[in-house]
Design a binder for this molecule. Structure first.
Ligand code: SF4
Length: 247
């Protein structure tokens, strides 16, 4: 199976582990091994196309989300300086010699996970139904909530791994931990982008939660800018298959 030229070597190393939404599942050895005998290639390729469309739409939602945050700032509802000059969750390199879990980005990621739990708990309290929004979302919000749920607990461990890679590089000179840190940071940034887009879609649907949703949007925006500061090479990192030209 591994000799199949259609497979993209190493594609699973910097993916988000959301195989059900992956645009390259049919070309991933990891996926084939995990689902051996359960999937047909033809059906998988169709899924790949649909999933590529899904993420394209999410990319457009991200553009809208960023415009929305800037618009709010422009209307004076936020301090413009908060967005432009705001201190990011980063520190000068010399203070990175600590446990990665204590890094401000990691703490902010953990805080985000808590904010998500609180948001859904508050929504359930406001709801007239017995069903939890997190597990039984209305159809029109299903995809956004799936995105939020998938990345909810994904961001924190990825940030910790990326920072550990950076600390490792500084502790053991000559070792190339940096590439892994950048690749991991890139996946984290993608998770942050997509979560931001999904929250922006929820924002207008839950006016009673407007302030809380806005706090989450701003927190995520700040965190993604912080990760970009700590890992300036991350956006340019080329992930096998996802970013590299396909054979
Ligand atoms: S590359 Fe895609 S199919 Fe393979 S493990 Fe990652 S998400 Fe799943």
């Amino acid at each position: 199976m591994a000799d199949d030229p259609e497979l993209i070597p190493g594609i699973h190393v910097y993916c988000d582990r959301w195989c059900g939404r992956c645009a390259f599942a049919s070309r991933c050895l990891q996926f084939r091994l995990e689902t051996e005998g359960r999937e047909r290639d033809g059906a998988l390729q169709n899924f790949d196309v649909l999933n590529a469309q899904f993420w394209e739409e999410m990319g457009e939602a991200l553009v809208q989300a960023m415009r929305f945050i800037r618009d709010i700032a422009a209307k004076g509802e936020l301090e413009v300086n908060d967005l432009q000059r705001e201190t990011v969750f980063s520190e000068p390199p010399e203070s990175l010699q600590r446990d990665a879990r204590e890094h401000p980005c990691a703490i902010a990621a953990l805080l985000y996970a808590g904010m998500v739990n609180e948001w859904f708990a508050a929504s359930d309290e406001l709801s007239y139904t017995e069903e939890s929004l997190l597990t039984k979302p209305p159809l029109f919000l299903e995809e956004s909530i799936q995105v939020i749920r998938h990345y909810h607990y994904f961001i924190y461990p990825k940030i910790v791994r990326a920072i550990e890679g950076r600390l490792g590089k500084e502790a053991v000179s000559g070792c190339n931990f940096d590439a892994d840190a950048s690749g991991t940071a890139k996946v984290t940034l993608i998770a942050l982008d997509r979560s931001l887009a999904a929250w922006s879609l929820l924002y207008k649907e839950y006016p009673a939660q407007e302030d809380n949703t806005l706090s989450i949007l701003l927190h995520l925006d700040r965190l993604r800018r912080s990760v970009e500061v700590v890992f300036p090479d991350a956006r340019a990192f080329i992930r096998p298959g996802f970013d590299a030209p396909l054979p």
